[in-house]
Write a protein that binds this ligand. Structure first.
Ligand SMILES: *[C@@H]1O[C@H](CO)[C@@H](O)[C@H](O)[C@H]1NC(C)=O
Ligand SMILES: *[C@@H]1O[C@H](CO)[C@@H](O)[C@H](O)[C@H]1NC(C)=O
Ligand SMILES: *[C@@H]1O[C@H](CO)[C@@H](O)[C@H](O)[C@H]1NC(C)=O
Ligand SMILES: *[C@@H]1O[C@H](CO)[C@@H](O)[C@H](O)[C@H]1NC(C)=O
Ligand SMILES: *[C@@H]1O[C@H](CO)[C@@H](O)[C@H](O)[C@H]1NC(C)=O
Ligand SMILES: *[C@@H]1O[C@H](CO)[C@@H](O)[C@H](O)[C@H]1NC(C)=O
Ligand SMILES: *[C@@H]1O[C@H](CO)[C@@H](O)[C@H](O)[C@H]1NC(C)=O
Length: 661
């Protein structure tokens, strides 16, 4: 399984096991003198010795230092009398030997055993046979170990309610290994290598509430038998290889709260019956092959719906976005067409409709006063019309992405009301008019991408106020005038893309933290490449191409430590190209006055010519000395020549003169 797939675990909700909390609640009861039975004390001492031998001192249980095992770290005794051990937690001790495990089963009052986050590779058969007899054991946590092989067959364990094997290397099919667990309410097998069909024999008494099988290699269909567990509240089958359709009978799981089917190969449609489950608040079926229309009504009870990365078609049902509890909806990367529905839920926090085929206008009424809306993404569709000024009323908006549509008209000044806005992506539309200064007053904006539009006028001098801005992309517009001098004080700016505009004038001092890129290409800049660029020691990409820069290529460019790409092509630069470090990709073509020293040095033909030229000069000088005996003049001339040579870092002259003397 790919590491990418595994990372998606973080997306999967892990649920608190409220029904176990009670075991850890120590009630404030008056102190009663009491102690463990000698049986239990002996068992605990044996266990501590075994752990001391196998865990190499990682577990600090020492009966000589603390005679009462109830006080040992990770040990819990019954709260009223301390007469029996009910909880043993050995989580996170790097234990690799499983030898101690059967000893645990001598604590007949044990309710919770947590050996998570160790390096266990096996569960000894003696553990299953002995612990299977414990009448109180409710929770077994083996998660985050290195267990290999098949899931052991559980016999006994008549009180076991929760079994956690998440994040191990268990493999093989699962058949009836767990069917004897008559009280099993929670099963977590996330992130193993299990194969074959989704197991359906999960406790004969059918009391299962939580089933987490994510990130395995289960294949085949989602079994109808799953609806035989009427208490299910959580079903997570994500990141497996399940095929076929979602059985319509899933709607019979009337207590279901969370259903996660993401990243499988499921196809067909989303069953309408989902809407029958009044308790369901989260449903994710993203990254599958669903290709039908979305049925109406499915968000009736939902808070979170994710159907992104499928092939869903047709238009968005008019009631889908308006359901009153709906907080997040992701329909991005489908083939949805038609308009964006007019009515949006007032609870909506995140709406993602990007990369579909949606057309029509952005419904202004839908957007107006959606005061919880924080993330609004409709990029890469076919939306037309202008950006509704009402967007400015969504005061919590942190991300607005309407890029790659066919939006036209001006940028609404109301965008300046979005005091929480961090990312504004409106690139690749047909927006026109000037950049409203209100946009430069967004205090939290870190990404401004309004590239590839038809914006005109000049860059507002108030951009200097944008102290949070990291990426500023204004390329591909019709901006004119000069770059505001205040830009130097944009202390967070790391990327400045101003290419393909009609900017002119002097290049002001740039913000010292520029790192990703400074791109001034295809504008009307002229004059020398300014000395102030030498401050940009972190800059990786500098593009000054397609302007009218003249003069020499300054030497400091060769010493910009982070520079990897330099484009100077199609300017009026002259003189010699200085020597750049080998890792800098330099493009200097299209400058008529430039001399490429490398070209001069390498071909032998040219070198010979050059040499003889230098020789001629030296001979002429020698002749001058002989003719006039005027030492001072000669000294000055030689000095001048040496200087030139130094500038060009060319040794030819010295070589030639040495040859003569
Ligand atoms: C643990 O084992 C070490 C030797 O491996 C021994 O020196 C130490 O006394 C043991 N501690 C306990 C509590 O038994
Ligand atoms: C039980 O043991 C714990 C841990 O040593 C201690 O804090 C608690 O006071 C004891 N309770 C009683 C009733 O003795
Ligand atoms: C098992 O242990 C892990 C890691 O310590 C923890 O995150 C998880 O919630 C535990 N599982 C149960 C069912 O308590
Ligand atoms: C801005 O948009 C352009 C054009 O789509 C894209 O190439 C660039 O990566 C974007 N930059 C940022 C920082 O969003
Ligand atoms: C910008 O373009 C608009 C038309 O879109 C025009 O009315 C306006 O005069 C232009 N402004 C500048 C400064 O060129
Ligand atoms: C600089 O921007 C122009 C467009 O404005 C783009 O074509 C070019 O690739 C950019 N330069 C570099 C080196 O990325
Ligand atoms: C100079 O010429 C050499 C040899 O033709 C070439 O490899 C190099 O890229 C040229 N340098 C520049 C900056 O154009």
């Amino acid at each position: 399984m790919s590491s990418h797939g595994r990372q998606t675990t973080s997306l999967v909700l892990y649920f608190n096991f409220h029904f176990f909390l009670s075991f850890f609640c120590y009630l404030p009861v008056p102190v009663v003198f009491s102690a463990l039975s000698s049986n239990q004390k002996t068992a605990m001492i044996d266990l501590s010795n075994s752990l001391n031998a196998s865990a190499g001192g990682a577990v600090s249980w020492d009966v000589n230092k603390e005679p009462n095992p109830c006080s040992w770290k990770g040990v819990g005794c019954n709260s009223s009398t301390n007469s029996s051990v009910i909880r043993i937690s050995l989580s996170g001790h790097s234990i690799s030997s499983s030898e101690f495990l059967p000893l645990v089963c001598r604590i007949e009052s044990l309710q919770v055993l947590d050996v998570s986050r160790n390096r266990l590779t096996t569960i000894p058969p003696g553990f299953i046979s002995a612990c299977g007899k414990l009448g109180e054991l409710k929770l077994l946590n083996f998660s985050v170990n290195n267990l290999v092989g098949r899931l052991p067959a559980f016999v006994g364990f008549s009180a076991l309610e929760a079994l956690d094997f998440a994040r191990n290397n268990l493999s093989g099919n699962i058949d009836s290994e767990l069917d004897g667990l008559v009280k099993l309410r929670s099963l977590n097998l996330t992130f193993n290598h299990f194969t074959g069909p989704v197991p359906t024999l999960l406790g004969k008494s059918k009391v299962l509430e939580e089933l987490e099988l994510s990130m395995n290699m289960f294949d085949g269909l989602i079994p109808d038998e799953i609806v035989g567990y009427p208490n299910l509240t959580l079903v997570d089958l994500s990141v497996n290889q399940l095929t076929g359709i979602i059985p319509a009978r899933i709607g019979e799981l009337s207590k279901l709260e969370v259903l996660i089917l993401s990243a499988n190969k499921l196809s067909g449609g989303i069953p309408q019956s989902i809407s029958n489950i009044t308790s369901l608040w989260r449903f994710a079926a993203n990254s599958n092959d669903f290709n039908e229309k979305i049925p109406g009504g499915i968000t009736k009870h939902l808070k979170n719906l994710d159907l992104s990365y499928n092939k869903l078609s047709g238009s968005i049902p008019s009631d889908l976005l308006s359901a009153r509890n709906l907080q997040t909806l992701d329909l991005s990367n489908n083939r949805l067409e038609g308009p964006v529905p007019e009515v949006l839920s007032p609870s909506l926090v995140r709406l993602r409709l990007g990369s579909n085929l949606l057309d029509g206008k952005i419904p202004s009424a839908a957007i107006a006063t959606r005061e919880n809306l924080t993330y609004l993404e409709m990029e890469n569709n076919k939306l037309i019309g202008s950006i509704p000024p009402e967007v400015g009323d969504c005061r919590k908006l942190a991300l607005l992405n309407l890029a790659q549509n066919r939006l036209s008209g001006a940028l609404p000044a109301n965008l300046g009301n979005l005091s929480s806005l961090e990312v504004l992506r409106l690139q690749s539309n047909h927006l026109s008019g000037e950049i409203p200064i209100q946009i430069t007053q967004l205090p939290k904006l870190s990404v401004l991408n309004i590239s590839w539009n038809s914006l005109n006028g000049s860059i507002p001098p108030s951009v200097s106020q944008m102290q949070s801005l990291v990426n500023m992309n204004l390329q591909g517009n019709k901006l004119s005038g000069s770059i505001p001098v205040g830009i130097a004080s944009m202390n967070s700016l790391m990327e400045l893309q101003l290419g393909q505009n009609q900017l002119s004038g002097d290049i002001p001092r740039m913000p010292a933290n520029l790192q990703i890129a400074l791109n001034l290409s295809s504008n009307l800049f002229q004059g020398h490449i300014p000395e102030t660029l030498s401050r940009l020691s972190g800059l990786e990409l500098l593009d000054l191409s397609n302007n009218n820069f003249s003069g020499k290529i300054p030497d400091f460019l060769t010493t910009l430590a982070a520079l990897t790409q330099l484009s100077l092509s199609n300017n009026e630069l002259s003189g010699e190209i200085p020597k750049f470090p080998s890792w800098v990709m330099v493009d200097a073509h299209g400058n008529k006055g430039l001399i490429n020293r490398t070209t001069i040095n390498t071909p032998p033909q040219l070198e010979k010519k050059k040499k003889s030229y230098a020789v001629t000069i030296v001979l002429a000088l020698v002749a001058a000395v002989l003719a006039f005996g005027a030492i001072p003049i000669v000294a000055v001339s030689i000095g001048l020549m040496m200087n030139k040579c130094k500038q060009r870092k060319n040794l030819l002259f010295l070589r030639s003169s040495r040859a003569i003397s």
